[in-house]
Design a protein around this ligand. Structure first.
Ligand code: SER
Length: 337
């Protein structure tokens, strides 16, 4: 008998580490993780880890022959800044890698006669506001508005949403016998901020970078203007969104893709909050024109009403709680060690 597992790709990344922690507390099924890197030592005992790439077809074939994959959290991706330096690699991982996993999930759904759940983190990077006036005039965007990403990563994520939706709704629609289709569910995340890990390769990274630098006593030059505003979310809410979404009955979902958000903050507000906790912090602004343009193309806020209505989405951490109860105390403890 194949062992039933929950597969997490990109598990050594920021969301992955937090998700493994949380899942391992409740989950009787085996947690199988896949990443190019080793899992950090404190998390390694909580999962069975395979070091490798989601683009390695023979590795995926091996997985399917050994395990019954019940749920996939497909977190592996090259983020928005990194993807601009290697767009082809980004496409290979973000699009072709996603396609390979959707194929795997489609086959597994068929083989076991029951949909595999495919949980996909998308991003505010799927939006592309044409200019700052438009961004200011449309502060809270609907899911379907301004879906004109300017980055490779944003384009990849938007297409990933569409691919997943195809596999779960219309896969092989002309086949005589209708296949058992996988169950694809996506959330569009704002910038995620973790107290336990520092981000790399993203463009919303200035927020968390500012905070981690201050806690370490290092000076930080923020790469966007003080007025730059996008939505953010504390990592525990990011994990909560993924786990809430897994647990909703399919019949409650009116769509496959949901915006989720927690609070919006300008880079200057972020700095003020960091300074309140670390008054000695040296945080300056040295905007990088091109990274600035990427963040300017992302909306100030996203409407997450459908997630609230369909599956009761509600962040537990507003901006006050995020900083006061989660980020500041945990980050202090982390760097005090
Ligand atoms: N945090 C991501 C990035 O900056 C956006 O999804 O690329």
């Amino acid at each position: 008998m194949r062992k039933k597992v929950i597969l997490i790709t990109g598990a050594a990344g920021e969301i992955g580490q937090a998700l493994v922690h949380q899942l391992s507390e409740a989950e009787p099924d085996l947690i199988l993780t896949l990443d190019l890197s080793d899992m950090p030592p404190d998390i390694a005992p909580l999962c069975t880890h395979i070091k490798g790439s989601i683009t390695d077809k023979s590795l995926l074939d091996r997985l399917v022959s050994e395990y019954e994959i019940d749920v996939i959290f497909h977190l592996a991706a090259l983020l928005s800044t990194r993807a601009e330096y290697s767009p082809v690699a980004a496409h290979q991982v973000n699009v072709e890698g996603t396609l390979g996993l959707l194929e795997l999930a489609a086959e597994q759904s068929q083989w076991r006669g029951k949909p595999v759940q495919f949980i996909y983190p998308s991003s505010i990077a799927v939006y592309g506001m044409p200019d700052l006036e438009t961004k200011a005039a449309h502060p809270r965007v609907q899911q379907w508005e301004w879906n004109n990403p300017t980055t490779m990563y944003g384009a990849n994520k938007l297409y990933g949403e569409q691919l997943g939706t195809y596999y779960s709704r219309n896969y092989k629609q002309l086949a005589e016998k209708e296949p058992v289709k996988l169950d694809f569910r996506a959330v569009r995340f704002p910038g995620l901020v973790s107290a336990f890990t520092a981000p790399s390769g993203g463009t919303s990274d200035y927020g968390p970078e500012m905070l981690h630098a201050a806690a370490k006593g290092e000076p930080y030059a923020c790469f966007v203007r003080p007025d730059t505003t996008i939505p953010f979310m504390a990592m525990p809410d990011g994990v909560k969104a993924l786990l809430d979404l897994v647990n909703v009955p399919l019949s409650a979902l009116s769509r496959t893709v949901y915006n989720v958000t927690a609070f919006s903050l300008s880079a200057d507000d972020f700095r003020t909050r960091v300074l309140a906790a670390f008054p000695e912090a040296q945080i300056t602004f040295e905007p990088h024109a091109k990274r600035q343009a990427i963040v300017d193309s992302w909306p100030m806020d996203a409407d997450d009403q459908p997630a609230r209505e369909d599956w009761g989405w509600q962040p537990e951490y507003d901006v006050e709680r995020s900083f006061n109860d989660y980020l500041i105390p945990n980050i202090r403890a982390r760097y005090a060690k």
